[in-house]
Design a protein around this ligand. Structure first.
Ligand code: HEC
Length: 139
């Protein structure tokens, strides 16, 4: 009788462990299979970098050197690049927030990423298409 109870309990522990294991697999599945991209994956073009550099020099350079963005990117680590773009759009340039064209903000972000060592690629960064699905990683 005692043995039966024990083996039932053992069985239920094994079942629970399997259930937890299965839940863990399910919980990790979305990030494993959704082809999550990061800014390391060549998510902006050289043309965006070139155009962003010109805008950066006229609208941002007076107040920020490139070192500034290493900490900024660290603070956005793991967040979608869209959120940083929205933050810059809403607050910068500090003396005239929102004054640039949307494309100019996107290109400035591409330039900042490039200057911090992230690679260019074939596909353009686009807030309407892909920026919500690309994560920032610390440089
Ligand atoms: C007139 C000065 C000025 C200009 C021009 C300016 N900024 Fe800023 N920026 C600031 C100040 C002040 C802060 C807030 C202080 C801080 O975070 O160190 C700031 C903060 C930031 C941050 C940090 C925000 C965050 O949430 O992490 C980013 C990124 C940034 N600026 C990007 C830009 C970009 C890109 C441009 C050009 C489009 C720009 N800034 C133009 C003064 C300026």
């Amino acid at each position: 009788m005692h043995n039966v109870a024990r083996s039932t309990m053992t069985q239920s522990i094994i079942t629970t462990a399997k259930a937890i294991g299965f839940a863990a697999v399910v919980a990790f599945a979305p990030s494993a299979f959704a082809e999550a991209k990061t800014i390391k994956d060549g998510v902006f073009t050289q043309a965006q970098v070139d155009s962003g550099e010109a805008t950066y020099n006229s609208s941002c350079k007076a107040c920020h050197d490139m070192r500034f963005y290493r900490n900024t990117l660290k603070s956005w680590d793991g967040q979608p690049v869209l959120w940083m773009w929205e933050s810059i759009l809403g607050t910068m340039p500090a003396d005239n927030p929102g004054s640039l064209m949307l494309d100019e903000y996107t290109d400035v972000v591409a330039y900042i990423l490039s200057e911090n060592g992230f690679p260019t690629g074939e596909t353009a960064l686009d807030p309407d298409v892909n920026m919500a699905d690309i994560s920032i990683v610390a440089p």
